[in-house]
Ligand binder design. Structure first.
Ligand SMILES: Cc1ncc(COP(=O)(O)O)c(C=O)c1O
Length: 333
């Protein structure tokens, strides 16, 4: 976050603690945008002091909590554009019975039936995709928004397009530019995006070591001193991560296994160019986004030490975990 801060307009956050962290890192220099289905009455005053934008997740939260913060942050509504873009329901904010955002149809109905309800509304937020490498679905979503609530949008000052797009230098940004142009020119609103993984995923690696090697039903199992609980997305997606030193035609195949008691604590079979031995390093790429915020202490296996690479190629220890932290995490003193 400290490295990114000079290059972004601000950070988006999902809780009071994240808001505090973002504000601490940014100081007075950037904006903090908050959205969560978990806004709590007792936290609103503090959030209002930390955030520049708060997007309420439902009309009921808007009614109950907007009066507590009005005129301080710019208040908006998270909406559900009801355009499902993600197949896996666990990551689909537009799934049936979604808990994320006011359904577009409900917003339209509220705007017609009770226009006063959203008095004080300054913007609209949505976040509807996951790891999408193409901006066309974003353009389709914006078109739908403009078509359905374009009139009311003209009275607002901002739209936040969320994240969920894995773009890079090779991505065709034309549909993104068109979406922004449509919002700016048709509705006169300022446009925000809040990419997460696109910025951070490639910035981290898990560096593990082999602690045991044996055969099991014809496979070579390499047990590592880490676990999928340090990279929970590997288990959630059931997709093997990218591993350094491997290739489709690698001669030395190993089932990389985590060291917890969970049978399914495995990172998949990987074909290495060189054989592994006890003590070999195994490096997992793409651990920069949803790794550290999700890792946990299952089995009491210590969390990985955190190192930073310096621009000169050096390595600086930022954090290593101790037994006491495990005990306090479990409610000990
Ligand atoms: C509201 C919101 N904005 C932005 C993001 C970032 O998404 P990603 O890391 O997929 O770009 C998320 C992730 O869940 C989110 O919930």
């Amino acid at each position: 976050m400290e490295l990114l801060a000079p290059h972004v307009a601000g950070f988006s956050v999902s809780s009071l603690f994240e808001a505090k962290l973002a504000r601490r890192v940014l100081g007075g220099k950037g904006s903090v945008h908050m959205t969560t289905p978990g806004l709590r009455k007792e936290e609103m005053a503090e959030l209002a002091g930390l955030c520049d934008h708060i997007s309420f997740n439902s009309l009921s939260q808007w009614k109950a909590l907007f009066p507590l913060v009005q005129d301080r942050p710019a208040c908006g509504l998270r909406i559900n554009p009801q355009l499902a873009l993600v197949e896996d329901a666990r990551y689909n904010p537009c799934r049936k019975h979604s808990k994320l955002g006011v359904p577009l149809s409900a917003l339209e109905a509220a705007l017609t039936a009770e226009p006063g309800l959203v008095q004080g509304l300054t913007g609209i937020h949505f976040h509807t995709n996951c790891d999408c490498r193409d901006f066309k679905p974003l353009l389709a979503t914006v078109r739908r928004l403009v078509e359905r609530v374009g009139g009311p949008l003209k009275k607002l000052s901002w739209v936040n397009l969320g994240g969920g797009y894995m773009y890079g230098p090779e991505t065709d940004t034309a549909p993104f530019m068109e979406a922004v142009k449509l919002l700016r020119e048709t509705c006169g609103v300022e446009v925000f995006i809040e990419p997460g993984a696109a910025f951070a995923r490639g910035s981290g690696r898990i560096v593990a070591s082999v602690i045991d090697l044996f055969e099991s039903d014809g496979a070579s199992v390499a047990v590592l001193d880490t676990t999928v609980n340090h990279m929970p997305e590997v288990f959630e997606y059931q997709e093997p991560p990218d591993v350094a030193g491997t290739a489709a035609d690698g001669m030395h195949k190993y089932l990389l296994a985590g060291c917890s008691c969970l049978a399914g604590d495995v990172f998949g079979e990987h074909a290495f160019n060189e054989p592994l031995t006890v003590g070999s390093q195994v490096v997992f790429y793409d651990a920069g986004a949803y790794t550290m915020p999700k890792w946990h202490w299952f089995n009491g296996i210590s969390l990985p030490s955190v190192y930073a690479l310096t621009p000169e190629g050096g390595v600086v220890l930022k954090k290593s975990y101790e037994y006491r932290e495990f005990e306090t995490h479990c409610g000990g003193r």
